[in-house]
Design a protein around this ligand. Structure first.
Ligand code: ATP
Ligand code: MG
Length: 540
């Protein structure tokens, strides 16, 4: 069911009527990815129903760009398939030599430099063959995805569309927006020859509801339909992919599924997007990668620098990405859908992704951005090698702790520990910070990290201070095994100055809830917690 394309169909119907009267023309069908060019092209032969119109079709594909004259062959093959006897015997039979020249695999059509060697007479000959066929019945020539047509075919198309007089034909070419490639001059020639340019519009909310009805067999809730319309921005490909994924997951079009609509990332759509991204020119791919890495809220200046673009190149590339259909708005570096982000990420290798995150971290750091922003980038890099990385991660952990996010702080600190540059006391300090962050949600890990830190500390005072970081929970409620406080680590502490030990014990006793310092504890070194009146009782 093709929705809201009546205007485009009417335009092609009018062009066909004019062609039948001898006024041939080229119609260009443009628009971003997934807007429905192919669906519309497939619908066009219906216009010929009941009329004496011959339809020739060809679809170009990225993988067939090296297939010389692939598109021309498809067009003429469909001519032969349509009426073999007639064509062989009458018209095309006369052009036999020409066909052998053009379609024989033995004839090299490109020289070593890749330039087309197809003789002029072959160009004219093919056109004459079409003219002869169109004398009997008007032709509707459909070429989809002009951006991927092989160079020799494109040359012939550029030749043909400028010489449509004398034919009775309408050529309709689908061309995806925002496509640039070295063969652009020929593409430009075809585009410039178009009499009509059709740009199918995004589907309205009403059409979105119809698609939902068609997919689920029932009309969807208003909120559901609105969420679908908003998420897909009226793009039929996005809409259908999301709905198909919902249906496969057994979900119904109800208001309760609004969140699912917003968060779905259909794998098929991701692959299609990734494929289309791969054939984009380098700047577009770099900018898409920069947006994926820095996020849609990033400042344009930083995005441009990460993508290696100057301000003018940045704006032009942003426009290209929007034309391709990857961005939500023209001058806004924000992806249309979360699945675009996935597609961009999946089109990068792991090494590329790490390199970009590392570069983003450096860019943010040198531009004085908050530690947590820099840390978020460092988290995606296995080994950054920046001398400032550990300090940034520490500062980010501090910020996270202050805003009450100890798990995030612990993640930053764990990442900092991976930095090979740290050893000795520096590493111990990190372990202690990590243990402190973990105290509230993972006391066992906290204890483990303290016990790893203590042997790295050089003075008894530091070791004692480290021990004091252990959560009271783990001291009081831990399993019935000697706590590191009581036996294992203290053995390595060595005899400290007596007043330090006392102070440490006093505080430690207080933390455990004894309230007043226990005299027996104070006197012992290493500390024996079993001597504490309260804790010792609870352990017995
Ligand atoms: N007007 C429409 N009404 C309903 N469904 C549509 C409409 N246009 C397209 N579709 C559906 O949307 C999906 C994508 O359409 P289509 O493949 O034609 O887009 P496209 O513009 O050719 O995409 P691409 O840029 O990848 O070539 C298809 O499932 C198609 O059936
Ligand atoms: Mg298409």
């Amino acid at each position: 069911m093709l929705l809201e394309r009546e205007a485009e169909l009417a335009q092609v119907a009018e062009a066909l009527r004019a062609a039948a009267a001898g006024d041939s023309s080229l119609v260009l069908l443009t628009g971003p990815m997934g807007i429905g060019r192919t669906a519309l092209l497939q619908q066009l032969p219906m216009l010929a129903d009941g009329e004496e119109i011959r339809v020739l079709r060809a679809n170009a594909a990225p993988v067939e760009q090296d297939f010389t004259l692939g598109v021309v062959r498809q067009l003429f093959d469909s001519l032969l398939t349509g009426a073999p006897g007639e064509l062989h015997e009458s018209r095309l039979g006369e052009e036999g030599d020409l066909y052998r020249t053009v379609f024989s695999d033995d004839v090299p059509l490109l020289d070593d430099g890749g330039t087309l060697t197809m003789p002029e007479e072959a160009l004219y000959g093919l056109r004459s063959a079409l003219a002869a066929v169109s004398a009997d019945s008007p032709l509707l020539i459909l070429v989809d995805d002009l951006q991927w047509v092989d160079a020799p075919s494109l040359r012939w198309l550029a030749f043909l569309v400028k010489r449509l007089h004398g034919l009775r034909a309408v050529v309709v070419c689908g061309l995806r927006d925002g496509y640039r490639r070295p063969g652009d001059p020929l593409l430009r020639e075809v585009v410039d020859a178009a009499r009509r340019v059709l740009r199918p519009a995004p589907l309205s909310l009403g059409a979105t509801k119809e698609v939902i009805h068609e997919q689920f067999g029932v009309p969807g809730d208003e909120e559901f339909a609105r969420a679908c319309h908003e998420t897909s921005a009226g793009n039929p490909l996005f809409l259908k992919s999301v709905l198909a994924d919902l249906a496969v997951g057994g979900l119904r079009p109800t208001a309760g599924q609004v969140e699912a609509v917003r968060s779905l990332r259909p794998a098929l759509l991701r692959e299609r997007l990734a494929g289309s991204l791969r054939v984009q020119p380098r700047p577009a791919r770099d900018l898409a990668a920069a947006i994926a890495v820095l996020g849609g809220q990033a400042e344009p200046d930083l995005l441009a620098r990460l993508a290696g673009l100057d301000p003018i190149g940045f704006l032009a590339t942003l426009r290209d990405l929007h034309e391709v259909g990857l961005l939500a708005a023209e001058q806004e570096p924000r992806f249309l859908h979360r699945v675009v982000q996935d597609a961009v990420e999946s089109s990068m290798t792991v090494a590329e992704r790490e390199r970009l995150h590392d570069a983003a971290a450096a860019l943010l750091y040198h531009n004085g951005r908050p530690a947590e922003l820099v840390a978020a980038q460092l988290m995606a890099v296995t080994n950054s090698g920046h001398p400032w990385a550990v300090e940034v991660l520490r500062a980010a952990a501090d910020t996270a702790l202050r805003r009450g996010a100890p798990r995030t702080a612990a993640r930053y600190l764990r990442r900092a520990l991976l930095d090979g540059s740290l050893a000795g006391e520096g590493r111990a300090r990190l372990l202690i910070d990590l243990a402190t962050a973990e105290r509230g949600f993972d006391p066992a890990a906290s204890e483990r990290h303290i016990s790893q830190a203590i042997p790295l500390l050089t003075t008894p005072r530091l070791r004692a201070a480290a021990a004091l970081r252990i959560s009271p929970t783990i001291v009081g409620l831990g399993p019935r095994r000697p706590s590191i406080c009581c036996t294992r680590s203290p053995r390595t502490w060595g005899p400290p100055p007596r007043w330090r030990a006392r102070r440490a014990m006093w505080r430690c006793g207080s933390r455990r809830g004894c309230g007043t310092p226990g005299t027996r504890i104070r006197r012992s070194w290493p500390p024996r917690w079993s001597a504490c009146p309260r804790w010792g009782r609870s352990r017995r």
